[in-house]
Design a protein around this ligand. Sequence first.
Ligand code: KG4
Ligand code: ZN
Length: 347
Amino acid sequence: MILGIESSCDETAAAVVTDAGVVRSNVVHSQIPIHAQYGGVVPELASRNHMLAIQPVIAQALVDAGVTLDDIGAIAVTAGPGLAGSLLVGLQAAKAIAWSRRLPIVPIDHIAAHVHAPFLRDDTYAGAGELRPPYVALAVSGGHTSLYRVDGPGESTVLGQTLDDAAGEAFDKIAKMMGLPYPGGIYIDRLAQRGRADAIDLPRPMLHRDLDFSFSGLKTAARLALDAIFGDAPPDPEHPAFADLAASAQAAIVDVLVAKSLAACKQTGLKQLVVAGGVASNSGLRTRLASAAAKRGVTAFITPARYCTDNAAMIAGLGAALLAAGHGLSGDDLLTLDIHTTRRPAR
Ligand code: KG4
Ligand code: ZN
């Protein structure tokens, strides 16, 4: 049984996962209400609140799984990428438990854990069944928009990545301009369901150019569209163009993500595509990607929404796979463990 710990951004999370990747508990303490008033994550507040939450969250994960620390055989903890002060809180908690209990630690790359998440299993999700490396993975979150070729647990090569904003950041910044709460992706998703996606003409940046992404131009175009509709007045949520803008912006982001993911499959000749990260919970992306992949003979493995946004089950899940492959530090080697000590994907 593996205890997973995640504190890279504004979620304090802990989970217990079996050695075979079955999720026994998955506790996520979100700091969204704390950061929402500032319109984004404030790093110092994030680390302070991780310090308050980390022990109760770990204790809850053990209780929910019906186990004690005596049943835990290893700890998997996010070592990067992320906010330094936030990462340190999870890492120090992991080190303290590992040292006192003589347990090994597997340091985990947060993005590698996102793209391994489809392999998790629980009572209502049977896991990614026939998914086998190598596969293409789209990791799409608030901090990352990257396409990888994945050759095994934690073994990946970057095929393309964003040159400026991440897709989640584009969702959040457009939402912020519209006066929606932080983080805005989910609000755009909900609004888009009653708007017309073809109502406002927005650019599809770099649609047919290699596998890199760029979303900053789309943000500017959305700003201009908003100004054209509402002028200097605050955007009116009751105006029909309000939902249309959400639907059009979502369609523009989704079009680019879908086209590039399938282009990556074509370029690599791989027929399996994993989609993971917070933005992978977007309903428009899930529907469009599933149908576009099917048309091209690609099998899409779309991570269940509860394992898309930041969580520790995905950290423990990748930890289980890496431990089975002989990874893990223990004893005095724990002293060498610091944030950002995981291997980054090759480019
Ligand atoms: O993976 P994640 O929880 O944290 C990072 O590692 O960044 O991703 C958070 C991002 C935020 O930008 C949030 O707005 C976005 O995922 N997000 C969504 C949806 N749910 C979360 N974006 C679009 N539609 C959604 N339903
Ligand atoms: Zn994430």
